[in-house]
Design a protein around this ligand. Structure first.
Ligand code: COA
Length: 374
């Protein structure tokens, strides 16, 4: 079988940050204004008063301390509570392509690749900026890449599922060097007015180069030992925004047209699913979880990752075993496990084996087992 490697990764990091204190201050102002506006209905028992958020709750429940965002003023404006982006013309590079190109160039530089060396581009993310043409084709053109490009979406597992498609393309010979980008503009589909989830997401874009080992020249190569994907339908994380909304005469601003979740249920159901998935994947490769040097897990919740690791190795999830990037980036949908890999692999040595694993809406779980080559 063709040996396939990950030979470069890159991250685009937005220039703005929102701390929990800033976020909570704006949210609580929104709540006070909302409650004042509806005082009479609240008094009459016809309207439930909204409750304040708190920095302490956010940090304790999730481990998130701040998030990066592409635009900040619109999100923090209590009369708006979502980012303000300028619409671009058709002949301008779209925002999603712009951040993808930035992350891609960094990954390509690490892999020693130019646009002409790339022969497939997969844009894999939880939300696409538009219906068509595919984002991947615009990114392909902007980079001067050849071959083909297509978009795919498996919500929070988009990156790992994308990596498997890239690995399969290289193994089958349909491509030699594949770029997978995960532009996550979560701020645009986040529900910043919902206390249960307003703190969850951050914006980012990650990029990964997957290629044949015999063409790789990078000084940092990771052989892909195997990939494994699984899905199981659940409504516990859902967003009903879509092209049918207009024809259904539904309200485009209704609550169900942005991110919503049953966080508790997700937590309870996904932890065992992710742990069993990783264990089975490793077993199929003749490996035990205790032989794994590092787990780069999906970044949604700090204690969720601790539970997954405890189930797998029976011990504590130290930063060395399962690094967290959640405090700095928050949940970046599919990009989280790739950021964890990008930021926390330099100390591993030749022969070390690690697992990149995502889990989230769908439900979906994707794992990529890698071994440090050089
Ligand atoms: N500030 C203060 N209190 C809040 C709050 C906020 N922002 N949000 C909720 N609370 C309150 C709730 O009202 C509840 O109060 P009650 O006990 O009096 O009813 C209490 O805090 C606990 O709420 P709950 O929603 O059960 O919190 P939690 O401990 O489950 O944490 C999440 C919430 C979302 C952080 C957590 O469930 C989670 O991360 N789940 C996994 C989600 C996931 O992986 N999603 C994938 C998405 S890609």
């Amino acid at each position: 079988m063709t040996k396939v490697v990950i030979s470069g990764t890159g991250i685009f990091q937005p220039q703005f940050t929102i701390t929990n204190a800033e976020l909570v201050e704006s949210f609580n102002t929104y709540v006070d204004q909302h409650n004042a506006q509806h005082a009479a209905e609240i008094e009459a028992g016809k309207h439930v008063a909204l409750a304040h958020s708190s920095v302490e709750f956010i940090e304790k429940a999730s481990g998130i301390k701040q998030r990066y965002v592409l635009e900040k003023t619109g999100i923090l404006d209590p009369s708006r509570m979502y980012p303000r982006f300028e619409e671009r013309t058709d002949d301008q590079l779209s925002l999603m392509a712009e951040i993808s190109v930035d992350a891609a160039r960094k990954a390509m530089a690490q892999a020693g690749k130019q646009g002409k060396d790339i022969d497939a581009v997969l844009c894999s993310t939880a939300n696409m900026q538009r219906a068509y043409p595919a984002m991947a084709v615009e990114i392909q053109q902007a980079l001067g890449a050849g071959g083909y490009g297509f978009d795919m979406n498996v919500a929070c597992s988009s990156a790992t599922f994308g990596i498997e498609q890239a690995v399969n393309a290289v193994r089958s010979g349909s491509a030699k060097c594949v770029l997978v980008v995960n532009p996550e503009i979560t701020s645009a589909h986040q529900e910043w007015k919902d206390r249960d989830c307003h703190f969850i997401f951050g914006d980012v874009c990650t990029a990964v180069i997957v290629e044949r080992a015999d063409t790789a020249t990078s000084s940092d190569q990771w052989e892909v030992l195997g990939t494994k994907l699984a899905t199981q339908f659940s409504n516990n994380i859902r967003n009903n925004f879509g092209f049918m909304n207009r024809s259904e005469d539904s309200d485009p601003n209704a609550r169900d047209k942005t991110f919503r979740q049953e966080g508790r249920k997700v937590f309870k159901e996904v932890v065992p699913m992710a742990a069993a998935h990783i264990e089975a994947h490793l077993a199929s490769l003749g490996k035990e979880p205790t032989q794994i040097r590092r787990f780069w897990l999906h970044q949604a919740n700090q204690s969720m990752n601790q539970f997954v690791i405890r189930k797998l190795i029976g011990g504590e999830a130290t930063e060395d075993i399962a690094p967290l990037i959640l405090d700095e980036y928050a949940n970046t949908a599919s990009a989280g496990s790739v950021i964890a890999f990008h930021d926390h692999h330099a100390d591993l040595v030749t022969g070390d084996v690690g697992v990149i694993c995502s889990f989230g809406a769908g439900y979906s779980v994707g794992s990529v087992v890698v071994r440090k080559l050089s």
